[in-house]
Design a protein around this ligand. Structure first.
Ligand code: ADP
Ligand code: MG
Length: 482
């Protein structure tokens, strides 16, 4: 039997709000444990939740960006379950009427074509606290700082057909929420994580098979690995003629396997009911209009604009626009350096990104400003420094507080572009190496590289290579005539 893979993702996005979704506690990450949980987050009797307006605005932003419908009226529901990191005994979420529904997004597949993935809904809810199992020997600890952090849960239709598509979709949503600036998308800190629902069915069938749900995957690589493992596991079961159990599983990245956590709860297990403490969210048309007006330029538009307005190569436009932080750096860079946009793109993608990748840091960790970078680019453009010297200057720029000029001055990195000076050195080299000169003149042209190398050596690499090449050819020609 041939099997077809069916996947639907539920992505949890922590919204970039300063305060919690129903209280005024800070959402700042990494603070001392249990210092950011108010009585509301702790679920004390008698306290009342107050909805954070920013969270609503962010959910609408997302909805508009995925061409979804925005509910005029949506309601909060209590999802009841017991867990140590959920002191209230219920999570406030949205159930029957989510704020965003019926959206879709295009994802790139197989490098070339696009596929539309339908987004069933996106609803607002609160995050739970965190259980910490490695702090004490015989007990678990609870940190409730995260309790009440605003979340947007984005639920896809089961439209994804492979681990690669799932990862591509997850990356696209990640890129989108970062473009919209509704989340920092930090996956190490848990700001962006997903549950993957996976089932198999006979190829060509249109009935869904029984699914397993893998919880809390926090990397693009792990989502692929977890799905690949799960598909093989289910295949083996189905090939034996047995059936898959509907359950919640956990992905262990160290062992690269999924393990059963618990049998899957049904909606009825949660005894959902409208939260009597919260009014329905009523979204006025004007608010939607206002938010629509403020939507930023998104990935596809940015790529198009880079190609049209700046005439840079498509691959480079895509590479820069992939990450909003890099795109913003690029835009600041060319605001200060307008001589040659493609040159700016090349420098950013090879030199600066090369440095970032080598040091394994992100562009937002850099202290180097776009105008200092532009200054350096200008020096390369005007042949004041060579590309290899520019590499050294870039490293210094990043690692010290010195300016481009100070570094060039202090290190004596200025490129020699003075014709007279280079001519003198070229003459000297030709006299020093008469054998090589004769070899060149008798037709052995490869020797030119050796002679160029000697000139560069004499100038500690500072001579303008183009000029060296040109002057050397001229001088050798003169030698021939003699
Ligand atoms: P819950 O997991 O909370 O019960 P849903 O039943 O709405 O919620 O499904 C959640 C996710 O699981 C959605 O992304 C949906 O597309 C996906 N899904 C549902 N049924 C299947 C299935 N048989 N195979 C794969 N994915 C599925
Ligand atoms: Mg689920």
């Amino acid at each position: 039997m041939k099997w077809e893979t069916v996947i639907g993702l539920e992505i949890h996005v922590q919204l970039a709000c300063e305060s919690k979704i129903f209280s005024s506690s800070s959402t700042k990450y990494g603070m001392p444990q249990n210092t950011q949980a108010s009585l509301v987050d702790l679920g004390y009797p008698g306290v009342l939740p107050v909805l954070n307006h920013q969270a609503v605005v962010m959910a609408i932003k997302f909805g508009l960006a995925v061409d979804a419908e925005i509910a005029e009226k949506s309601i909060f529901a209590r999802k009841n379950y017991f867990y140590p990191d959920l002191p209230k005994g219920y999570q406030i979420s949205q159930y029957e009427l989510p704020i965003v529904f019926n959206g879709s997004i295009e994802i790139p597949i197989n490098d070339k074509s696009m596929k539309t993935i339908r987004i069933t809904r996106a609803h607002l809810e609160e995050d739970a606290g965190k259980s910490i199992h490695d702090k004490f020997d015989n007990a678990s600890a609870i940190d409730l700082n995260r309790a009440g952090t605003p979340l947007l849960e984005i639920v896809s239709e089961p439209d994804l057909s492979s681990s690669e598509e799932a990862s591509s979709y997850m990356q696209k949503i990640h890129q989108l929420v970062r473009y919209l600036k509704i989340s920092d998308g930090n996956m190490q800190e848990g700001s962006f994580r997903c549950d993957a629902n996976i089932s198999l069915r006979p190829l060509g069938s249109n009935v869904l098979g029984t699914r397993a749900e893998i919880k809390n995957i926090n990397s693009f690589k792990f989502v692929e690995k977890a799905i690949e493992f799960e598909v093989e596991r289910q295949k083996a079961i189905l090939d034996e003629g047995e059936s898959v159990t509907q359950e919640t599983r956990l992905y262990d990245s160290e062992k690269n396997e999924t393990r059963s956590m618990r049998s899957k709860e049904e909606a009825t297990d949660y005894r959902y009911f409208p939260d009597p403490d919260l009014l329905p969210i009523l979204v006025e048309k004007d608010l939607i209009k206002e938010i629509k007006k403020e939507l930023p330029e998104l990935f596809d538009q940015k790529v198009d604009r880079y190609i049209k307005q700046y005439s840079i190569r498509k691959v480079d436009a895509v590479e820069i626009a992939k990450n909003i932080d890099i795109a913003e750096f690029f835009e600041a860079l060319i605001h200060h350096f307008k001589e040659n946009y493609q040159q700016a793109a090349n420098w950013l993608l090879s030199e600066l990104m090369g440095y970032l990748n080598k040091e394994n840091i992100s562009i937002t960790d850099l202290t180097i400003t776009a105008d200092a970078s532009a200054e350096l680019l200008q020096k390369i453009h005007e042949n004041v420094v060579s590309t290899s010297m520019a590499k050294i200057i870039l490293k210094q720029l990043i690692e010290t507080n010195d300016s481009v000029d100070e570094i060039i001055e202090a290190q004596g990195l200025k490129q020699i572009s003075d014709r007279g000076q280079i001519e003198a050195i070229v003459k000297e080299v030709i006299e020093l190496f008469p054998d090589q000169r004769d070899q060149y003149l008798s037709g052995k042209e490869q020797v030119l590289g050796f002679l160029i190398g000697q000139v560069m050596k004499k100038t500690s690499g500072k001579a303008n290579p183009k000029m060296v090449n040109q002057i050397l050819l001229e001088k050798l020609k003169e030698n021939r005539r003699r």
